[in-house]
Design a binder for this molecule. Structure first.
Ligand code: AMP
Length: 220
């Protein structure tokens, strides 16, 4: 199976699509946001510094993120499962860092999925986003098809749903602007490498998944 790198604006549904790939095909989901949040949870000096940067909506230092990613990727590769990288690269420099990292780890069998979503739709999804404290499933109280059956409660495990602390209107604008400024050269970079796939992320999650699925077993 092919490995994926997901590139998308905040709340385009990377988490949802990753979960579908994990459940149906046994992918390993590597989210740099999650890796950083794990580091924050350790409350080390580094964790506290990372927390301040993340809360302001800015990007964490490239080398810190790359180190966390590389460690995780190495352990995933040893399990021989396909992987999805979610949240990296966010800058052209990170794209080159990832290519070097893949070269070092002998990874060539991958495609970069660009989930395309405009500002207003992304904003609606971010401000309404709710995440389950138990199983991590995502919902949205502003998008009809993504609402939980019972308000504030997870359909799957009945745990309480909560908002992420960085999902505010102020940090959203910063995150989206940073994203747009950085994403265009990254897309050009992967297009030149013949690795880029464009997906329309304004569709329903099931339809996006159908599009992505057509590439799962593609031979490079
Ligand atoms: P996410 O969960 O992907 O929305 O990421 C949440 C936050 O983690 C971002 O706003 C950044 O502060 C930080 N972060 C995640 N991935 C990266 C990355 N590749 N480079 C720098 N910072 C990152």
């Amino acid at each position: 199976m092919i490995n994926f790198v997901f590139i998308a604006p905040p709340a385009a549904g990377k988490g949802t699509q990753s979960k579908l790939l994990v459940d149906k095909y046994g992918y390993n989901h590597i989210s740099t946001g999650d890796l950083l949040r794990e580091e924050v949870a350790t409350k080390t000096t580094l964790g506290i510094q990372i927390n301040e940067i993340m809360s302001s909506g800015k990007l964490v230092d490239d080398n810190i993120v790359l180190t966390l990613l590389k460690n995780k990727l190495s352990s995933v590769l040893s399990e021989n499962k396909p992987f999805i990288i979610d949240g990296f690269p966010r800058t052209p420099n990170q794209a080159e860092m990832l290519t070097n990292c893949f070269n070092e780890l002998n990874v060539d069998n991958y495609k970069v999925i660009y989930m395309d979503l405009d500002y207003e739709e992304a904003k609606k999804r971010v401000l309404g986003r709710l995440v389950c404290s138990g199983c991590g499933k995502s919902y949205n109280d502003m998008v009809e098809s993504l609402m939980p059956k019972k308000s504030g409660i997870c359909d799957s495990c009945s745990s309480v749903l909560s908002k992420r602390s960085d999902d505010t209107e102020e940090t959203f604008k910063d995150r989206f602007d940073t994203y747009i400024n950085n994403v265009k050269p990254i897309l050009n970079y992967y297009n030149d490498l013949n690795k880029l796939i464009n997906i329309d992320a304004s569709k329903d999650a099931e339809d996006i998944f159908k599009d992505i699925e057509t590439y799962v077993t593609e031979v490079r």
